[in-house]
Design a protein around this ligand. Sequence first.
Ligand code: NAP
Ligand code: MG
Length: 403
Amino acid sequence: MEKIQMKTPLVEMDGDEMTRILWKMIKDDLLTPYIDLKTEYYDLGLKHRDETNDQVTRDSAEAAMKYGVAVKCATITPNAARVREYNLKEMWKSPNGTIRAMLDGTVFRTPILVKGIDPVVKCWKKPITIARHAYGDVYRNVEMRVPKAGKVELVYTSDDGTITKKELVHQFDGPGVVQGTHNLDQSITSFAKSCFEFALSRKEDLWFATKDTISKTYDHRFKDIFQEMYDTQYKYKFKAAGITYFYTLIDDAVARIMKSEGGFIWACKNYDGDVMSDMLSSAFGSLAMMTSVLVSPHGYYEYEAAHGTVQRHYYKYLKGEKTSTNSVATIFAWTGALRKRGELDAIPELVRFADKLEEATIATIESGKMTGDLARITSLPNAESLDSEAFILAIRDTLEKIL
Ligand code: NAP
Ligand code: MG
């Protein structure tokens, strides 16, 4: 079989520990035998980030903006222990944070559904993708303990001094607490745009929810920005794509989601997204089966697995022991990126290959061949727990049969 040719390179961001080992296996066993893989390679492994003073992370984000599509391996976010372990010059920031700030993007997380790994919520038949607004609110708050009786006010003064606004927060009779939070029209607008664009590219309905009945100015601003953008820019595109935009109150959204079939995108404010994404990933079964894509309002895409570098497995691997590490989310990061590249460059064979590789991965698990994390929770009677490489080779066998 002739290898599939690519036009534009994918931006390849390599990473750390066990996921770095899987990364190479996936490329060697599942991709390069079939695709003349064209990538622009950036090594975001912690050692190389340290050597380049983290310049490589910024360079990789620049490349993502140049080419439009990137695929990223999980990376270590250093803490004090990592600074000692790798003898780092500095406690470098999270690469994901740096890339997200440069791309101004929103992260969408989607579970991968397979028969035999059943969601806790029985009516969920299709994935629910969650999008978390990653700026402001309680994550950038200012807070204070109020020591004794007194007045707390909210005061705004414009830079030129022409406008002042003042609101009484509370007249305290005794001690208490107070908090100030903010958000920006510009950030909410970027978030909304990423959500509408992603819904269109996936052809799935978009839900958004806030508490605008209680928060008549703050949350209402989110609702208004979404609605105005929908009305002026997306109404007709959504209609043409056969999808809908649905706004409701956050509590109503939660209640409806528990009774839904899934198959839509749920945009959440920062705190709701933080909490609800953990609920969804555990209810869908496993963090190892969750993919993640960063979508920028300018149309750049960066695909990755939602889990980390699986450090505990890596230490076993270093001791020469076999690990049974799940590569599914990392495989889907590659297929997501290859499919997007294929769509943008009009290479139908590449899109088809991405579909087939996903199909082969799911069929392999459904035939009973899986990694230990899934074997422990599956309802399939014939489950067999394979080591990391044997699982990837089993996918390759399935792929050979369906290509
Ligand atoms: P983790 O890598 O997600 O792993 C936590 C545990 O979850 C593992 O020990 C393993 O459980 C299970 N697990 C996760 N992914 C798995 C997979 N693919 N296959 C099988 N089991 C899997 O989280 P962590 O150990 O807390 O973090 C390790 C490093 O990852 C940290 O340095 C952190 O900074 C980084 N991290 C990076 C990203 C990213 O780049 N996007 C995200 C999160 C964390 P058992 O040990 O019980 O088998
Ligand atoms: Mg959380």
